[in-house]
Design a protein around this ligand. Sequence first.
Ligand code: PLP
Length: 397
Amino acid sequence: MNDFDRTLHPESRIVHPPVVEVNGSRPMGVPLHQSHVFAFDSSDALAAAFAGPDGGFVYNRNGNPTVRSLEQAVADLEGGTGALATSSGMGAINTVLLALLRSGDHVIAQRSLYGGTFATLADLVERWGVEVTHVGGDDPAEVTAALRPNTRLLHLETVSNPTTRVTDLPALIAAAKAAGVVTVVDNTFATPLLCRPIEHGADIVIHSATKYLGGHSDVLAGLAVFATPELHQKVWHHALELGATADPFAAWLTLRGLQTLALRVRRHCDTALDLAGRLAAHPAVTAVHYPGLPTHPDHELALRLLPEGYGGVLAFDLAGGREAARAFTESVRLASLAPSLGGVHTLVLHPASTSHRQLSDAELAAAGIGPGTVRVAVGIEHPEDLWADLEQALAKA
Ligand code: PLP
């Protein structure tokens, strides 16, 4: 099988990424084309290969067969017309923003964004004269009220970090669409198996493929998936000017990880829901943030938007505050104290002193992050072993 058969489930399509044929047979593993340049017999063919994101292969910044396999595989999963693989998730975010914005433009962005995205937007404001209005993730009226004649882009994340608030994508995207504004959704936390923002009207979907798509903590990569060929062409052109495109080996590692995405995501979701329930019943824990729990403020929305599962990230608040969080994160044995998420290993983090340390106490509180909040990026280890580890660390908190 090589052409995508849309009657098949994503779990089946994902293990058959497109592979370039060699002498009438096909390698089952996607070959690594580790060559930065490609030679031609004809000048016309060489010139034609420069044409666009779907052209022939001439130079790696323009395109590469291994990278193209990854782009087509993820575009298929997200329901896009094409994709651009980049050197990191931040590479995808910056390429998209810089390709679509110019000085004087206005952006509406969610308040609770990945820190790197927040910093990029702040930089665009300070150095490039872009205006930004931040909104919540649940009220389309807030988007409508923020619209200006120069509004060009709405930037959202499917699930927020670390408190796992779920964004009302259909409602917020509809508000932007009514005004002709392009919507970009960072779908890193959900993966295309749990949510496909293009089905809800998004124009561009971003992934830090470093996380679930790669899945093994060994590769840094990003993707931007497009709802139209026009957006693809525009952003691709800017990517090759920036030099932000993916390296073939990074694409190869991501493709290798991608083929087990469905198995891993199922396990991440099941274990996270199990641990969230057990944490909620633990006396040292005052609150658990996981959209699969009926107590979560967005549970109803999650039932609609994430019907296949609620993802592998959860957070919880420790009664003992900052000191308890420090003791907990330094006491885990099977889990590791580390940033990042989406890999096979379970990672724990204290956002207030690490990923969100630049926020004031008031900003932390506004983001729902308490001094004792701990984030757990649940891996694929056995749930009983994980619970035993969390329990022994909780006893020290
Ligand atoms: N988007 C989200 C939601 C993330 O969590 C991250 C990284 O943590 C990024 C983007 C940036 O991705 P990368 O580290 O691959 O540049």
